[in-house]
Design a protein around this ligand. Structure first.
Ligand code: NAP
Ligand code: HSE
Length: 424
């Protein structure tokens, strides 16, 4: 095993708890030979210290090792570790979404050449079995849509800000303490982690080669408490979503905060929970839901992969699962062509003509207003007001053009805040 942090230490614990049952399930003994770490002096409760090493050679030089579990995270040295393991003919289990989303095709090809497996259930959705679901359960159907909450940290932060009134900084610090956040939490709150996961799901579900054109990625930093309050008054909650659609001639991928109807399933997925709504052409809708981050939930996915791979090795057929993953370059739908309803909050000077100016900019771009609320900011006497509009369905390009037309206008106290509305 490479890495013994939040997830790695939990994998060791789970193996200990599993005892003989694990060996019986595989039909062979599963044992941890070495654990590579950075710092031997770190306190690690419950970890057998005799397994620890800081020397990669003592892992890669051990011919008795069949499976390498990569839980270091990040780009390097994790990528070189995985490449080296595959080139040595060892199967690899990883939870590294960044690597699969950015170098998945090369790494999978390497695994296929070496006739071994590269398994990555823990990379998406922590403990929920979404990789298996798309790779195996959907092998007989065509996935047409995926909509979900895939970043536990962002969902935790949004839930704590709304339910406990925490600041963004305090809620993020809590998520870090609980082991949900990446080593660099900006990966979570700026949307990149969710984008990596969506890229992986699009490979498994839509057969789209990861990487390629960058997808639209927004995080949760710009959401203010006032946005939660307005969303609630319109009957919505704000969630950080991944959205993927297979339009046949193109694939749409985006990740951003969105308003979801308060009675919908996704609106009621709170804390570090994740949920993914899948739409299959033949199957129709289905839902995968559960703990999306944290040591033990992710360890369940990692260890399940280890057991699967071990079973294949014991049966003399390693690499079968990995060979089944097919992907190709496909056209991507530009964000400008995406259709949605929109929430737009304008912080404006409260004076005559303001509403007319906003309505003109929207109207001239064929963006139709569906509902509207206006609130004077109570803390500033005679000061600015928030005007919030929900639009009917419109093209992203049209909405952006309307906002561009208002840019620099003297009526605006700050840049308009725009969120898409996802009717799920
Ligand atoms: P972590 O707590 O930061 O642990 C990283 C481990 O890697 C530590 O044991 C560290 O050693 C070791 N390490 C780092 N750089 C190293 C190097 N150059 N050489 C040797 N060892 C090195 O990370 P984590 O939260 O367990 O995450 C691990 C992976 O799982 C990441 O890819 C992450 O994205 C993924 N993941 C995490 C979660 C989660 O909820 N945490 C969920 C799903 C997937 P020291 O202990 O000595 O510092
Ligand atoms: N940092 C990730 C999250 C861990 O918060 O969802 C699970 O992949």
């Amino acid at each position: 095993m490479l890495g013994c942090g939040t997830v790695g230490a939990s994998v060791l614990r789970l193996i200990e708890q599993g005892g003989e049952t694990l060996h019986e399930r595989v039909g062979a003994r599963v044992e941890v030979r070495r654990v590579l770490v950075r710092d031997l002096d770190k306190a690690r409760a419950g970890v057998d210290e005799t397994l620890l090493t800081t020397e990669p050679e003592s892992v890669f030089g051990d011919e008795g090792i069949d499976i390498i579990v990569e839980l270091v995270g990040g780009e390097q040295p994790a990528r070189s570790f995985i490449e080296r393991a595959l080139d040595q003919g060892k199967s690899v289990v990883t939870a590294n979404k960044l690597l699969i989303a950015t170098h998945g095709p090369e790494l999978l090809a390497r695994a296929v050449t070496a006739q071994v497996d590269l398994a990555f259930e823990g990379a998406v959705g922590g403990g929920i079995p979404i990789v298996r679901t798309l790779r195996d359960a959907f092998a007989s159907d065509r996935l047409t849509a995926v909509t979900g909450i895939l970043n536990g940290t962002s969902n935790y932060v949004l839930s704590r800000m709304l339910d406990a009134g925490l600041t963004f900084a305090d809620a993020t610090a809590e998520a870090q303490q609980l082991g949900y956040a990446e080593a660099d939490p900006s990966m979570d709150v700026d949307g990149h982690d969710a984008a990596h996961k969506l890229g992986i799901l699009a490979m498994l579900g839509f057969g789209l080669t990861p990487g390629g054109d960058p997808m639209h990625v927004e995080g949760i930093r710009a959401i203010e408490p006032v946005d939660h309050r307005f969303a609630a008054r319109f009957g919505y909650r704000i969630k950080h979503l991944v959205v993927g659609r297979d339009h046949g001639d193109s694939v749409e991928l985006r990740t951003h905060p969105a308003l979801v109807p308060e009675r919908s399933v996704l609106a009621n997925v709170n804390g570090a929970l994740n949920a993914v709504l899948l739409e299959g052409e033949a199957l129709g809708p289905s839902l995968v839901y559960g703990q999306g981050a944290g040591g033990m939930p992710t360890a369940v996915s990692v260890l399940s992969d280890v057991l699967d791979v071990a079973r294949s090795i014991a049966a003399g057929a390693p690499g079968l699962q990995t060979r089944g993953i097919r992907h190709t370059e496909r056209a991507r739908r530009a964000m400008a062509d995406v259709e949605s309803r929109y929430y737009i909050r304008f912080r404006v000077l409260d004076r005559p003509g303001v509403m007319a100016q906003i309505a003109t900019a929207l109207g001239q771009n064929e963006v139709s207003i569906e509902q509207m609320l206006q609130d004077r900011l109570p803390e500033v006497e005679g000061g600015p007001a928030d005007v919030v509009m929900l639009t009917h369905g419109a093209r992203e390009a049209a909405v952006q053009a309307a906002l561009e037309a208002l840019k620099g206008s003297a009526i605006l106290v700050q840049d308009p805040r725009l969120m898409r509305i996802q009717d799920v």
